[in-house]
Design a binder for this molecule. Structure first.
Ligand code: DER
Length: 232
């Protein structure tokens, strides 16, 4: 399908940045899926020498299946490059991530990397962040109070929507790799993403939010006709 083509060609362009000896952050999601598959082929067929730090248990499993050496972030300490997807990106390469529920490890790994490349498609390109609900990871203790505090914060900020929802996994609340919950913020548009990112993380009970500000260095945009653009 065109959307799969777009994801594939973006991943193919991104892995061109990968060199022997690199310590890589491996992203999570359907676009990152193609990147891990392509790296696996390069490891198996071309003898590419890399180690990978996954950003979720499911990426760890996929990487191992592909024959990529998986190590922990503590073993790696710092990474040369992280390649990951995004739910939205703007002209400043600020992102909303977390649609796949892995935003905490993704942000830690991306921040520990010399460079972050986002692999994406035009459906994620926006003038202003916020149409995609902003994921916020909260600890289970008192999560309903934390959710109410987040809503109070939204009322005091320049955001249009103030509705928040607990992310579910079927009939029960979604649980992240760290055992936390995710609150999705339906804000419609975010006037000041940098400010919102800072204020959200001051709320007791909030672990991390899906706004990636000044973290992404390059966005690779794939198109359904096979074209690829690179924005940095
Ligand atoms: O959850 C995440 O942050 C994912 O990277 C998400 O933002 C992109 O997932 P997709 O490639 O399946 O759209």
């Amino acid at each position: 399908s065109p959307i799969d083509t777009a994801k594939f060609v973006a991943a193919k362009r991104a892995v061109e940045f990968v060199e022997d000896g690199m310590k890589l952050g491996l992203g999570t999601g359907s676009t990152a899926f193609w990147m891990v598959r392509l790296l696996g082929e390069m490891v198996r067929n071309d003898g590419l020498k890399i180690v990978g730090v996954p950003t979720s248990t499911r990426t760890a499993e996929l990487a191992r299946q592909e024959g990529i050496k998986v190590i922990s972030l503590d073993e790696a300490k710092w990474l040369d490059l992280t390649i990951d997807g995004a739910d939205e990106f703007d002209a400043e390469l600020n992102l909303i991530k977390g649609g796949g529920g892995a935003l905490l490890q993704e942000k830690i790994v991306a921040t520990a990397s010399d460079q972050m490349i986002v692999i994406s498609d035009v459906s994620k390109q926006v003038d202003t962040l916020g149409a995609f609900p902003l994921p916020v990871e909260v600890i289970p203790f008192g999560w309903q109070t934390t959710k109410a505090l987040i809503e109070e914060t939204l009322v005091s900020m320049d955001v249009l929507g103030q509705r928040t929802t607990l992310r579910m996994n079927g009939a029960t609340p979604y649980v992240t790799d760290e055992g936390n919950h995710i609150i999705d913020l339906h804000v419609q548009r975010i006037g000041n993403a940098r400010q919102l990112a800072l204020i959200l993380n001051q709320i007791p009970g909030v672990v991390e939010n899906g706004l990636f500000i000044d973290i992404c260095d390059v966005v690779v945009i794939g198109h359904g006709d096979g074209r690829v653009e690179t924005h940095d």
